[in-house]
Structures are given as C-alpha cells and as structure tokens.
Design a protein around this ligand. Structure first.
Ligand SMILES: [Zn+2]
Length: 166
C-alpha cells in the first residue's frame, strides 16, 4: 500500500475529490463521471441529489472505489504506453499527456497516487516498467512480459547462441 493510500476516511476522500475537482480537475467529478462547465456548475453538481447519493456509496466503501479507480488508471496508462511506444524509453510526462488527451480518461486524483512521480515509482516497484529519475523528470520503459515477448527473447537468444557456436 502506498503512502497515504490506505488511511483515508470517507470524509477525507470526499473532501479530496471535492477539493481537487475544483482546482486541478477542471470541474470534473470522477465519482459521477461528470464534467461541469465551470466552478459554479461544479458547485451546483456537488450539492445535487444524484451526487450526494453517489458520495454515500463511496463513503460506504472508499477503499473499493480508490482501488478500482487506481486499477483502471494503471491499465489505461499502460495501454497507451505499450500500444503507442512498446518497449521504447519514454518521458513519463509525455505518456501522461497522451493519456489525458483522451477526454474520457480517468483522472489521477481519484486514484491512490497523488502525483505522476508517485505513480511512476509504483510502476518501478511492481516491475512493470524500468524507471529512471533525471533532472528533467521521470523516464519509463515498459517491460514486456507477455508469453509472446518472452518466447521472442528466448528465440533470439537461441539464434545468437547458434550463430556463435557455428
Ligand atoms: Zn458527482
């Protein structure tokens, strides 16, 4: 469990979603998956009955929501990375920009990660990517562990061995 991810009370998660919704999120409510036009619209939204009802569901089980949002975020981010760039070394922020260019993307503030670098470090810890911190920021390289890729690796290793021994 990453720092700060496991100890949120229902109230603090509600506040977190609300507060970030007003600042970083450009007035998007992740819980309802609703985008509002401006601060006023957002204010209206969070006092609406449908939002309140949704928040009660979240409050009843905040861990489950954070967990599934985090999973979804990771899955979508990695699909951008692996489909567009394969195992090329990439500037993490560039991949993130590509990820959020999809207007239906899941916002990071609904996940357990409070920043991109925290998320990148998680990918490194899990062995999903090679990660490197530079002065410019983080670089990530996707590690392809699919059976196909492993087979490819094994084959090229065998070929190399054959070549060397002949
Ligand atoms: Zn809402």
């Amino acid at each position: 469990m990453s720092k700060g991810g496991g100890f949120l009370t229902p109230k603090s998660i509600a506040n977190r979603i609300k507060a970030k919704g007003l600042t970083k999120l450009k007035f998007y409510c992740q819980v309802c998956e609703k985008a509002c036009r401006d601060a006023n619209g957002f204010k209206c939204h969070i006092t609406s009955e449908s939002h309140q009802r949704q928040m009660l569901l979240v409050a009843a089980n905040p861990g489950r929501y954070i967990h599934s949002f985090s999973d979804q975020f990771k899955q979508d981010f990695l699909s951008v990375l692996s489909h567009s760039h394969g195992t090329k070394r990439m500037f993490a922020n560039q991949v993130y920009q590509e990820y959020i260019a999809d207007r239906n993307h899941l916002h990071m503030n609904a996940t357990r990660w409070t920043s991109l670098s925290e998320f990148v470090k998680h990918l490194g810890r899990e062995g999903i990517c090679h990660v490197e911190e530079t002065e410019r920021g983080w670089y990530i390289t996707w590690i392809d562990n699919s059976p196909k890729a492993l087979e490819r690796q094994a084959n090229s290793f065998l070929l190399l061995k054959k070549k060397r021994s002949s």
